[in-house]
Design a protein around this ligand. Sequence first.
Ligand code: GLC
Ligand code: GLC
Length: 819
Amino acid sequence: MTRFGHFDDEAREYVISRPNTPLPWINYLGSEEYFGIISNTAGGYSFYRDARLRRLTRYRYHNAPTDTGGRYLYLRDRATGDYWSPSWAPIRTDLDDYRCRHGLGYTVIGSRRDGIEAETLYFVPLGETLEIWRAGITNHREEDAALSLFSLVEFCLWDAWDDQTNYQRNLSTGEVEVVDGVVYHTTEYRERRNHFAYFACSEEVAGFDTQRETFLGGPYRGWDRPVVVERGRSDDSIAHGWAPIGSHQVELTLAPGETREVVFVLGYGENPPDSKFDPPGSGTIDKRRVAPVIEKYLRTNEVDDALGRLREHWSELLGRVRVSTPSEHTDRMVNVWNAYQCMVTFNLARSASYFDTGVGRGMGFRDSSQDLLGFVHMVPERARGRILDLAATQLSTGGAYHQYQPLTKRGNDAIGSGFNDDPLWLILAVAAYVKETGDRGILDEPVPYDNEQGSETPLYEHLRRALGYTLDRLGPHGLPLIGRADWNDCLNLNAFLEDPGESFQTAPQREGGVAESAFIAGQFALAAEELARLADLHGIPDDAEDDRAQRVRMIEAMRYHGWDGDWFRRAYDFFGDVVGSAENDEGQIWIEPQGMCVMGGIGLDDGRAGIALASVEQRLATPHGLVLLDPAFSRYHVELGEISSYPPGYKENGGVFSHTNPWIAIAETMVGNADRAFETYLRINPSAREELSDVHRCEPYVYAQMIAGKAAAKPGEAKNSWLTGSAAWNFVAITQWILGIRPEHDGLRIDPCLPSEWEGFEAVRSFRGATYRIDVRKPAGVTGRVSSLTVDGEEMDGNIVSPAPAGAVVAVEASVSGP
Ligand code: GLC
Ligand code: GLC
């Protein structure tokens, strides 16, 4: 049992108490346009809007030691020549009393060494395109301390991909300007770029550096031994090509007990193309726009105010769903960390994390549609914008680009289309948005196809085409054709790749197959019912009737061809052979159709849902969560694709793919298995795994995409934390299905399915502008459903609370009785 810190629930922080965590444990800065990742030892990087195309600073993903590149400070004792990094990295000398507090949109890293304490706060103020580092240095010695403080960032030459590949050019292009102690990074500003970065300091600087080799002392020294720090004197170097950096030197003499605050501001500036230079044509940056901003945030009172606003912002967002249950792991995830992670997935999609490099994936159509389920209650207006952006990349066939680029909002041709589950997620996202907000008007919103001007139709028509896309592509068993893959990107039934180096998701597909997906069938059953409800709301009952008829046909096809006896089958391959059946040698049972079919209502009327879920528990459950399939594939199956390329127990090949576990938790509530639903939720709850941090290795405050499964070399070891659909789905599973507070078109449903030992819980939920104070009571030792419901003291029929006027506070009391 090893922990590396603890939750401070009151402060809504995770406090890390030693720097050498099993992996860098990161946090995110920024929530609008300027973003950064920051590790517990100040590693990480920053970017403006697009992690690939507007990268401000460098980070080295493959480096040993890991987590190299960051927001670094160095302290040097002028009397002894001793120097260290107050955030441990990059020097990694021993520190007395290290701690890192990751909070909501900010991180504080503090330490003490030899009587000198340094604590640095990092955050991005709301509404600005800059980050602040506020370092407080305190002298706890009996005598004066004469110190030098050095700052350090290494600039990225903007396009992070090009920056790592195009050395023959890039080693000659780097440029800077230094004026009044402010370092401006101006690479390519002379020609087509209108943006630059700046790095400023609140103190009079004793010197600066902008050329990496000068700061380090040649090409054979690292960040842990910079010659400038070692000898205690900056060199005032001006970068010309090579690797531009920003570094300041500040001299401090502190009396015993004295604290000094030094503020650094790193930011992104942009000028209109016709007023880039001052004087015009000079080649010198026009600084008139950024000067006041820099000046403002170098003042500590402005820093305090900006931090206060950031805290209020997060309190407001997280205040929209608050729960108080008998489970501290539930409370802290729902009230703080899970909701926070959902906002991070809204902001970052799958772009920048310790595992996603920011140069690869754009915004996923499928991923972003699902992420929306977790953030729509916090930022409904921005969720609306996201839906319209996604829908505008849909194709007129109803299909969808698999990804789009955040900067251009265009579909990504390199990845293309043909993942046949993609369009259906849009229906689920829109349904969730309309249930949360009541804004049916979005269905009338004109949206183009493939961003083609003139092709606009109402959003409602996009959804119809999305459903139609599945119906236009049915295979011989009446089940949806899978295309490149479905939710499981690695089930590539038409790829047949024999040569290395080709991507399973983009390689040409073999023609003429009949590969079908039972997962999409389940997803269709869910989406068709959601669309039917939207059609009813939209006043087109004929459409609703059609959708329901198609749903019934799909469920029939699953009855004849999708049921294996003890669970739902997974697919039929290119040749029409079954995948995910007792008759297979490997990959007999897969988790996705068990979750999705039950969520789509399949098997609820005839007991198959319960049988499938019992099989999940029997075949897929491990102490670390439910694995994706069993047995894992032990060899490469060319007809199945990437899934079998992974070693057994990892990723889609039998890892605990966290995203799928909440589907099972939801399905368990639908059949009334309250204890198993909660157990499924709790097994992968990061806080509940905190004691296993040495095994789990990723952050104990956020979900990771994958935890190694039972067939792996290291079961329980997590990877790919932060940017995962597990965030949204776990939030939905616990708040809407286990606690059972579920937005519906006609109100807020109160349908808890609580573990037997609980005696109830309380919650406060904002919904369409009103506040609901919900108190659920249940006798211990039973499970069951709501038997009586009062709203402001009045007894109600059923379990739906109708929407109250905006601003109202509504008291809801629900009693659950045993079966
Ligand atoms: C990754 C992808 C997601 C996919 C999942 C399963 O998390 O981002 O789109 O559904 O893997 O393959
Ligand atoms: C790989 C991963 C999968 C992810 C996909 C994204 O296939 O295994 O999880 O969805 O890449 O392109």
